[in-house]
Write a protein that binds this ligand. Structure first.
Ligand code: NIG
Ligand code: FE
Length: 408
């Protein structure tokens, strides 16, 4: 097969600049796995036939593309209900923030999530994970954020972890208790709410969630409160993430990068100049997670300046942002196509952004994101002939076979 290895990057930092597209493609290649690990990747004419025995399972991928499993680095996997009714409101002209201010949007999913049982939430999450797996997602980040009280937030993290144990896709939970201010804290305000989270919830998350995330936006958390919250979370040992520059430029991405954030997500209103400063202040370690299906679904004309970010040295990753409000799609392949069409990425860049750089965005780069000996055997066979075809077949699912941890 044409093997997209994503190999050759640094162990120190994600792929950036020209390196995002300079990784190795093997034109007539093979991938060999033993148990749950990759043991060799190379050209067919160098394949050591002595390693193939009666126990070896062969998957013929002649004429296909073989690549690492997709890494979905930003989802809101666990929630109750859906928001199909708001789709109509949006089509009539109401904006995302109008709907949120009127008590709908995220707050309507919070009501549905609080009302759901743990078993229902788990069943929904497993249903969605099954869908993701069909698209070739083999590792997935799952944020809480539709509970906004102590018990429900902890339940959402628990459900994400449990869902990860019940099926093969690896689930990495992130704590997004600071998604918006819940009605109970409307009077007291955002600072009082994050103080509550810091005091009552974060200490119970040690070992349960590696990352703390916050939505920095008008109608959610202002910059100063987001900074204070992330600083405190950092002191408690959590990795940092932020939803920022989605609808306005408030400076959230740069602030979080200064605090050492692992990723800054959305970035539609992030300027190329700020992107260059983020690359510098983070020494190329903070990943900008771009979510091209979100502006599409919110009918927004402003898309992240992906081309300029890459040219300015900022590492980028791609994700769907799967959630009931701003992206009810699990089709990461479609996100790759829209990233090429609306953000200026090239096919090789888009593929690396949804594998190795996405793994970096959730601290899983040692384990997945590329086809390299020692990594987990997460391998896809695609029904296309070359990397150029991947973002070309708009909206299709190119996946023929999915191998996760060596299991077909
Ligand atoms: O990443 N921006 C904030 N949070 C989610 C949307 C959540 C929702 O609308 O339910 C996002 O777009
Ligand atoms: Fe999100």
């Amino acid at each position: 097969a044409q093997v997209l290895t994503m190999a050759g990057g640094s162990a120190e930092r994600p792929l950036a600049g020209p390196n995002l597209s300079s990784w190795t493609i093997i034109e007539r290649g093979y991938v060999a796995c033993v148990g749950d690990k990759i043991v060799a990747v190379g050209a067919m004419n160098e394949l050591n036939l002595a390693h193939i025995g009666p126990e070896t399972r062969l998957i013929d991928a002649t004429g296909c593309v073989v690549m690492p499993g997709l890494v979905e680095c930003h989802t809101h996997l666990v929630f109750g209900g859906n928001r199909a009714d708001e789709f109509e409101r949006k089509l009539r002209g109401e904006s995302y923030l109008d709907i949120l201010t009127s008590g709908g949007g995220i707050l309507s999913t919070v009501r549905a999530t609080r009302a759901a049982s743990e078993a229902e939430l788990l069943a929904n999450a497993l249903h969605h994970l099954e869908g993701f797996r069909r698209y070739g997602i083999t590792t997935l980040e799952a944020k809480s954020g539709y509970g906004l009280d102590r018990d429900t937030e902890l339940r959402l993290v628990r459900v994400a972890r449990e869902a990860g144990h019940r099926q093969p896709v690896r689930v990495v939970p992130t704590f997004l208790g600071a998604h918006v201010v819940p009605p109970e804290f409307k009077e007291a305000g955002p600072r009082a709410y994050v103080d509550f989270m810091l005091r009552e919830v974060l200490s119970d998350l040690k070992g349960e969630a590696a990352f703390v995330d916050v939505f920095c936006e008008q109608g959610a958390f202002p910059l100063a409160v987001a900074r204070y919250y992330l600083e405190q979370a950092h002191k408690m040992g959590f990795g940092l993430k932020i939803h920022a520059e989605q609808l306005h430029d408030l400076g959230g991405c740069e602030m979080a990068a200064e605090l050492g954030a692992t990723s800054v997500d959305h970035c539609d209103y992030l300027t190329p100049a700020a992107a260059a400063r983020i690359a510098q202040v983070s020494q190329g370690r903070t990943v900008a997670v771009l979510l091209p299906l979100v502006p599409l679904f919110l009918r927004q004309s402003q898309y992240a300046a992906g081309r300029e970010f890459i040219d300015n040295g900022l590492p980028v990753a791609l994700s769907t942002d799967f959630n009931p409000g701003s992206c009810p799609s699990k089709n990461l392949w479609l996100a790759l196509s829209v990233a090429c069409l609306k953000m200026g990425l090239r096919p090789k860049e888009a593929v690396a952004a949804a594998t190795l750089n996405a793994a970096w965005a959730i601290g899983q780069q040692h384990d997945c994101g590329s086809l390299e000996p020692g990594k987990r055997a997460d391998v896809l066979v695609l029904n296309v002939g070359s990397v150029a075809e991947i973002p070309y077949w708009l909206g299709e699912n190119p996946v023929r076979d999915v191998v996760i941890g060596g299991q077909w």
